[in-house]
Design a binder for this molecule. Structure first.
Ligand code: C5P
Length: 234
């Protein structure tokens, strides 16, 4: 699996998103695009079809979590949308993840890649214990969820680039780590606390980096994207 930069298109409308992607017409490569809940719930499957028709790969970041039968049927719909990568919450259990894979697999045996969210980076040890009654150290919880995802047959996890190495050590080098929390060395961190540069994420072994504002809010988004490619892929 080749390394790539996924651009988080966290825009509120199709119009804004497509105008943003138009700017990449001059660029030698089509960015891999992440569509999240905000854009998908605003614009529906049409925005996925439109971006796909323009030749982009798509990570549909909807983080499914429901009973196995419901997730299986929803994944079958996403598979017909022809997305390249999608995700769910590992907290839905191994049975839910297995059902998701069944739903995602097309009649010809192909399927989009499926990765798991372990613990959200917004959850800390205090919330884990107080709200979820989970008393293991959060690092161990993340690795255990990653291992459960791997045992269920998933392709990888979303995690911090700071966790890529540990996830690979526990789950194998082939198990994908898709990592947000990336910032340029001379850039603004925004609300991300634990960050790495694209070059550091490459050294840490991340397979894909997910980059939003350092590209979407840049004065020259294409140059910022190309900088990510140079640091992380080339
Ligand atoms: O703008 P920024 O580079 O921080 O965007 C990162 C993207 O990755 C956003 O779409 C955000 O929702 C997503 N993400 C994250 N941290 C996670 C999971 C997803 O930042 N743990």
């Amino acid at each position: 699996m080749g390394k790539d930069v996924i651009v988080a298109c966290d825009f509120a409308s199709a119009q804004q998103t497509l105008a943003f992607l138009d700017r990449f017409d001059s660029c030698g490569r089509k960015p891999f695009v992440k569509i999240g809940m905000e854009l998908f719930y605003a614009e529906g499957p049409a925005i996925v079809r439109e971006i796909k028709a323009r030749g982009h790969k798509i990570f549909l970041d909807l983080k499914l979590h429901d009973i196995p039968n419901t997730v299986k049927k929803a994944m079958a719909v996403l598979s017909r949308l022809d997305v390249d990568l999608c995700n769910l919450h590992a907290a839905g259990t191994r049975e839910m993840m297995t059902a998701a894979l069944e739903g995602l697999t097309r009649p010809d045996g192909t399927r989009p890649l499926l990765i798991a969210v372990t613990q959200l980076t917004s959850t800390d040890q205090t919330a884990l214990e107080r709200d979820l009654l989970i008393h293991a150290p959060i690092d161990e919880v993340v690795l255990h969820y990653a291992q459960t995802a791997r045992d269920a047959g998933l392709d990888g996890v979303v995690c911090s680039p700071l966790e890529s190495e540990k996830v690979h050590a526990r789950c194998g080098a082939q198990f994908l780590t898709v990592t947000p929390g990336v910032r340029f060395a001379d850039g603004d961190k925004g609300d991300q606390k634990r960050v790495m540069t694209p070059a550091q994420a490459k050294i840490a072994g991340s397979d894909y980096i997910v980059v939003g504002r350092p590209i979407t809010a840049a004065a020259d988004p294409v140059a910022a994207y190309e900088r990510c490619i140079t640091e992380f892929v080339d």
